[in-house]
Design a protein around this ligand. Structure first.
Ligand SMILES: [Zn+2]
Length: 484
């Protein structure tokens, strides 16, 4: 620092100092609250022998956002009125974070001959070109810092997430009391039920419809919609874990698991991982197929002529499955069959297959998940959050961060797909014993649940042309593609 007029002037008379302090939103930064700033400034004035005429304190939330700062306005007024010889602040960025404000101060200082001293950056002599340049640089840096504030706030949220703290605001989470920590058992039971049913292959929409029929509502008092239910079932919360969703990307229904939470889980972490793997991706059939699948075998049956998916509809001739042959599609439209006979035939085919212990044994062997995949998913989720940390702390370059997170994300996606592809045998729970014993269980289940039983056994069922034309039902035209 060069020679400063304030220092020269000290020899002649006691200077009147105005301390300006401001707390910023950024509590993660220097962590200097108003009290500490004031103390430091006061100490500086004492050392210099300046008389503090007043402390101007703005409990502000960032000059950058342009909120009114009453103490700041008062300070400007007092400078204008000639009551101030030197303005003391903790750091130049406490004074102003906007270039326009800085120019205003420079102008004022020029006209009034006021000096500026800071605790951390020494004296800034705005009466010289060098001093002004320095102030502008500091100002520009402060501005840059302001612009990074959002990033730091995001980081703070992530830290809170990592600590497993309860985040406030919004509606009460379904399944928990308002404290976010205590399980509300009747709702928790519904979460477990929904999780089990969806893991058993029932569609989200089917569970929603059932909830509506039972007058089960969200904590906001609304009916459960597929998206809402999906979000809840995918949330790490219900497994007693914290997740962090980076950015505002609305498509990211699942974030990274960052920590065990302070609240207890309602479902197991294994079930949660499976739900997140199945439902976390957008645009999969399991999610969007929620709307129109009211028939047992639509989409499961494939046309033996064109291999297209067979649809169902209710016509004047009764309920029928048919190859749609829609204009512009590749399907042929040449196949049709009565629905009721077909449904009964496939039901019997599947239940008779399940009657065989050997078939069941093979299903169970196939349904085993390689534990290494689960471990890899967990590790990669952690790795991603560590990468974010490293990037935020500036330990790695942006290019490196992008490269590494792309690699990890790709592997994560592959493994999540693998997990989602493992057939779930939950649909078969309670469906034990002989064909006769299974029949009433089947009849007690809804269409979505029955579909899940079928798809736990077959990938699809090919329907060939009937051997004979006419109304006679031909069971031999069906060719189930068994999973095992
Ligand atoms: Zn066809």
């Amino acid at each position: 620092m060069g020679t400063v007029r304030a220092l020269r002037a000290t020899q002649e008379r006691v200077l009147r100092a105005a301390i300006y302090v401001r707390i910023s939103q950024d509590r993660a930064g220097e962590g200097h609250g108003v009290a500490r700033q004031t103390e430091d400034c006061q100490a500086l004035c004492d050392r210099r022998g300046w008389t503090v005429i007043d402390v101007y304190s703005d409990n502000d939330l960032g000059a950058y956002v342009g909120k009114p700062r009453p103490a700041w306005e008062r300070l400007i007024g007092d400078i204008e009125a000639g009551h101030v010889d030197v303005v003391v602040c903790w750091h130049p960025d406490r004074l102003t974070r906007q270039p326009m404000e800085l120019e205003k101060i420079i102008n004022l200082v020029e006209r009034k001959g006021v000096d500026l001293a800071t605790v951390t950056a020494g004296e800034v002599d705005l009466s010289t070109a060098t001093g002004r340049a320095a102030a502008r640089i500091v100002g520009a840096m402060a501005r840059h810092e302001s612009e990074q504030k959002a990033e730091r706030l995001r980081r703070q949220k992530q830290q809170a997430a990592e600590k497993g703290l309860v985040s406030g605001g919004g509606h009460r989470a379904f399944g928990y009391e308002r404290d976010g920590l205590t399980i509300r058992e009747p709702e928790a039971e519904l979460i477990r039920e929904a999780a089990d049913r969806v893991l058993a292959g029932e569609t989200i929409a089917s569970v929603c419809r059932d909830f509506e029929a039972r007058d089960i509502r969200t904590t906001a008092g609304n009916w459960w919609k597929p998206l809402t239910l999906r979000q809840m079932l995918c949330s790490a919360r219900i497994s007693g874990r914290r997740e962090h969703r980076p950015g505002k990307s609305s498509t990211a229904i699942i974030g990274e698991i960052v920590a065990d939470a302070v609240w207890p889980g309602i479902i197991s972490t294994e079930d949660s991982d499976e739900l997140r793997a199945q439902l976390g991706r957008t645009g999969t059939g399991r999610i969007t197929g929620a709307t129109g699948r009211v028939y047992l075998l639509s989409g499961i049956l494939r046309c033996g002529i064109c291999t297209g998916r067979i649809s169902g509809h209710n016509t004047g001739r009764g309920r029928r499955y048919y190859c749609p042959g829609a204009p512009g599609s590749t399907s042929c439209g040449r196949l049709t069959m009565g629905m009721d006979r077909t449904d009964i035939h496939i039901r019997d085919t599947v239940l008779l297959a399940l009657d065989s212990p050997d078939f069941r044994e093979r299903l169970h062997r196939r349904a085993k998940v390689d534990p290494a995949i689960r471990t890899s998913v967990k590790n990669d989720e952690r790795l991603l959050s560590e990468l974010d940390e490293d990037r935020t702390a500036g330990r790695i370059s942006r290019a490196r961060w992008l490269q590494m997170s792309d690699t990890v994300n790709a592997r994560l996606e592959t493994n999540r797909r693998k997990l989602a592809a493992v057939p779930s045998l939950r649909a078969l729970e309670g469906l034990d014993g002989s064909y006769e014993e299974m029949l009433p269980v089947w009849e007690a289940r809804n269409i979505s649940q029955r579909r899940a039983i079928v798809t736990a056994c077959v990938s699809h069922i090919i329907v060939n042309r009937a051997a004979r034309r006419g109304p006679v039902f031909d069971p031999d035209r069906f060719d189930p593609q068994w999973l095992v």
